[in-house]
Design a binder for this molecule. Structure first.
Ligand SMILES: NC(=O)c1ccc[n+]([C@@H]2O[C@H](COP(=O)([O-])OP(=O)(O)OC[C@H]3O[C@@H](n4cnc5c(N)ncnc54)[C@H](OP(=O)(O)O)[C@@H]3O)[C@@H](O)[C@H]2O)c1
Length: 505
């Protein structure tokens, strides 16, 4: 579907006070669109508003809002639902990054980062959509990054996993919106000359240090609008970055597992060490319960974390009395910050150290569409998924690094391998892969195990999970899933859909 940009009268741009957002606002004004400019810096926004009003004779509103603050997001949401001068184009561009690796980052900064880079995108997109669909016209551009196609260690691991989530959410939204007259596009810029590194105190990026040419924000904005008009779902401006993206998408997850295996051969660290005490999240799910039993059978003590007290109690009752002695229960709803803090506190308890964390995340229970799911449910899924994963992994990494080391196993669903299918699982896969490479050579391992289907656990995948707690490669997946992973990269989407149905049987 091509997008008739001329039909989109008013555009709202977040992060319009600087960089790519400011350039997009200028490019839109030059094409005759009225604007709503959003950011925190009133002086800059008003200066920009004054300039574009004079140069292009368009209507410009300034909306000062901090998008890490729920009140700020709500005020922008109110503007999006206004029927007078309705917003036809939303550009979710405002973004920042964290300044340290996950194990060392300040938790408040991490929460603000997720609120801005994921939370505000989710809320503003969901708020804008119903009116756009009712009018039969509109577009949402979510600014991600070319980093989603490459594996980044260090502070960029958190940033790029968040951008993966944004990209996959946008791809899935674009599928859902087909035929409504509303379009969704993820813009994945490569290195662009803005204030981003300076503001976020991240220093020079590797490409910049190597002298790579960066894009001007104005060229990036023009390329973005060109791709939007063409109806692209994922826009990667520039041949160099498109090559990076294509190569990045071609590399399956599994072969990267060779790296830690090789690294482990060089040291007598964790290989072969069985876990003494494991903490398992989503222990009240079928998958979690199966992991618990497998670990107890291998002589590991387990800390069960789950939010359904009854299911946890039933699981404990079903165990033998000796096994019950080896079980500790933490009832926690990971969508709740205070409950997440309880789990993190337990992980930091060095008197009863945990040397294995098995992180399963909760997924939406229904297959309802994004537009059909209430906003508070989507927000809660974001908290129970990516936010919980980040906070639990952060606590585990820092406790294990300060203590005797350990292993972290995440359990993403195979759907995360397929672009446009599951933002949470794609997030978890990306984060695990980056963290796994970042911790190479340290006393902590990070491994992803992809079961064939969450909820149903074959004997084979149970072996994979318990096996990963001992030997582990970076991404462990049963052969069928590994094949699906490869197919996601080389086989067209329609054929993949059929394959996915087959492997999930
Ligand atoms: N530059 C690159 O190489 C590059 C590459 C890939 C992707 N990106 C992405 O492009 C987007 C724009 O980045 P940029 O490079 O243009 O960076 P930038 O020059 O630092 O601009 C960031 C914008 O976001 C706004 N912002 C930051 N925190 C905010 C908050 N809490 N509430 C509201 N607005 C906030 C800032 O305005 P105020 O400070 O006035 O609030 C500013 O307008 C980001 O999503 C970034 O991840 C950039």
């Amino acid at each position: 579907m091509t997008v008739d940009l001329a039909g989109l009268r008013t555009a709202l741009v977040t992060g319009a006070s600087s960089g790519i957002g400011r350039a997009l606002a200028e490019a839109l004004a030059a094409r005759g669109h009225d604007l709503v400019l959003v950011a925190r810096d009133r002086t800059r926004l008003e200066a920009l508003a004054e300039r574009v009003r004079q140069q292009h004779a368009v209507g410009v509103e300034v909306l000062v809002a901090d998008l890490t603050d729920p009140d700020g997001v709500a005020r922008v949401g109110t503007r999006l639902t206004q029927t007078e001068r309705p917003v036809d184009l939303v550009v979710n561009n405002a973004g920042d990054t964290v300044d340290a690796s996950l194990g060392d980052v300040d938790v408040e900064r991490l929460r603000r980062h997720v609120a801005l880079n994921l939370g505000a995108v989710l809320t503003l997109t969901r708020t804008a959509l119903p009116a756009m669909v009712a009018r039969g016209r509109g577009a949402v551009v979510n600014v991600a990054s070319v980093d989603v196609f490459v594996c980044k260690a260090g502070p960029a691991a958190v940033y790029s996993a968040g951008k993966v989530w944004v990209t996959v959410l946008t791809e899935s939204l674009a599928q859902e919106l087909r035929g409504t007259g509303v379009h969704a596009m993820a813009l994945c810029p490569g290195l662009t000359d803005t204030e981003f590194s300076e503001r976020n105190e991240v220093g020079e990026t590797a490409p910049r240090r190597l002298g790579a040419r960066s894009w001007s924000p104005a060229d990036m904005a023009d390329a973005c609008l060109g791709d939007l008009a063409r109806g692209r779902v994922v826009s990667v401006p520039g041949v160099r970055f498109r090559v990076t993206a294509t190569l990045g998408r071609l590399v399956p997850y599994r072969p990267l597992g060779v790296l830690p295996t090789l690294a482990r051969r060089r040291r007598s660290g964790l290989a072969g060490v069985d876990s003494r005490r494991a903490l398992i999240t989503s222990a009240d799910s079928d998958l979690g319960g199966a992991v618990v039993r497998a670990l107890l059978a291998a002589g590991t003590e387990v800390v069960l974390v789950g939010r359904t007290e009854d299911r946890m109690a039933r699981l404990v009752e079903s165990l033998g009395s000796a096994e019950q002695q080896a079980v500790e229960v933490v009832v926690a709803d990971l969508a709740e910050p205070s409950d997440r803090e309880d789990v993190c506190r337990r992980l930091r308890d060095q008197d009863r150290p945990v040397d294995l964390v098995v992180l399963g995340v909760e997924r939406p229970s229904s297959s309802t569409s994004f537009s059909g799911t209430p906003l508070d449910v989507l927000q809660s899924e974001l908290q129970a998924g990516p936010m919980a994963a980040l906070e639990v992994l952060r606590a585990a990494l820092s406790a294990m690094s300060a203590g005797g080391g350990g292993r972290i196993v995440t359990l993403p669903d195979a759907a995360g391998l397929d672009p446009g299918q599951s933002p949470t699982d794609a997030f978890l896969l990306s984060l695990t892969r980056s963290l796994g490479i970042g911790v190479l050579g340290s006393k902590v391992d990070v491994v992803a195990v992809i079961p064939p289907r969450s909820g149903a656990l074959s004997r084979h995948s149970r072996r994979e999970i318990t096996g990963a707690t001992r030997s582990g490669s970076l991404v462990v997946a049963p052969p069928r899933v590994a094949l699906f992973d490869l197919a996601c990269r080389v086989v067209p989407r329609a054929v993949r859909r059929r394959l996915a149905t087959l492997i999930r049987r």
